[in-house]
Design a protein around this ligand. Sequence first.
Ligand code: 5AD
Length: 331
Amino acid sequence: MNKYRFFEDKFGEATPQTLASLLEAEDFSSVYAYADNINRSVHGDIVDIRAIIEFSNHCRRRCAYCGLNSINTKVRRYRMSPEEIVETALLARDAGYKTVVLQSGEDLYYTKEIIADIITSIKARSDIKITLSCGERSLEELSLWKSRGADRYLLKHETCDPSLYAGLHSCGTLVERLSCLRTIKDLDYETGSGFMIGLPNQTSQIIARDILLLKDLGCDMAGIGPFIPHPETALKGAEPGSTELTKRSVALTRLLLPHANLPATTSLGVLDSNEKRSIFDCGANVIMRKVTPSNYVRLYEIYPGDIKVLDVYAERRELEHMLVSLGKIPR
Ligand code: 5AD
């Protein structure tokens, strides 16, 4: 008898209730095994490594959990020039990366044309894939960037619960966020969303609905990471999210979205550096590495963490060794 039959039946019609009860189950080991099995059958042992360039820490938003919120006056703000961004992307390509993620706070200094020209310059000089992650932007902007060759767009929905969302985001609504995500999908970007685990007042039912929302949006990528309190935010006194609950959520997402790219999020590694290893046995198949120039990297503090400054080549080699030691094939 197929030992995964129970799950196959369950996931045919997964509901918030079935997912929430699994998230709370005493023993989750058979779900991990099933998620690992699905991951290996679709992605083999390959782990894709992405380079991330955090090109600006200016942000017009005031998200209650994020250290880059616009009312944090303690952070020294920076912007990389378009030339610096392009050069850093080419350095990442030379070091072996096949994808570069261009991430920033929601910073309208970078206009439609500036970002479009950055994409054009990178694509003219390399065949590296470009993922954009620069917040909610207009249809006009998103469609120009797609036409210039941007491949993917990341915009996490953060939480699917309308009242939780409203309490955390004094700028912007959940409806606007989801509408932007649907526009990104309609423009044919490989679309990434995601959410945090352990936000104050979040329940297993809400997480279950977050997971189902990823499926509903048709996500090609999903980043799920534990919330980490930042001292310069409204949530500075809150408890950090659970790493176990994060891994369970990744595993369930793998079952619902077998083909999606699921990163081992950096925040999981911040809470427990061993988690980043075991997350690859729970369904994750991607990892990101910062290639942000060393003079800026410590200023991009979304949540507190220990940021090492290593040479881009050395860092990539170290990560490849770590993945090989786990029986994975870095790509
Ligand atoms: N803890 C964990 N993750 C966070 N993010 C922002 N602030 C925090 C925090 N305090 C995540 C959000 C955002 C991504 C860039 O980082 O999900 O989309």
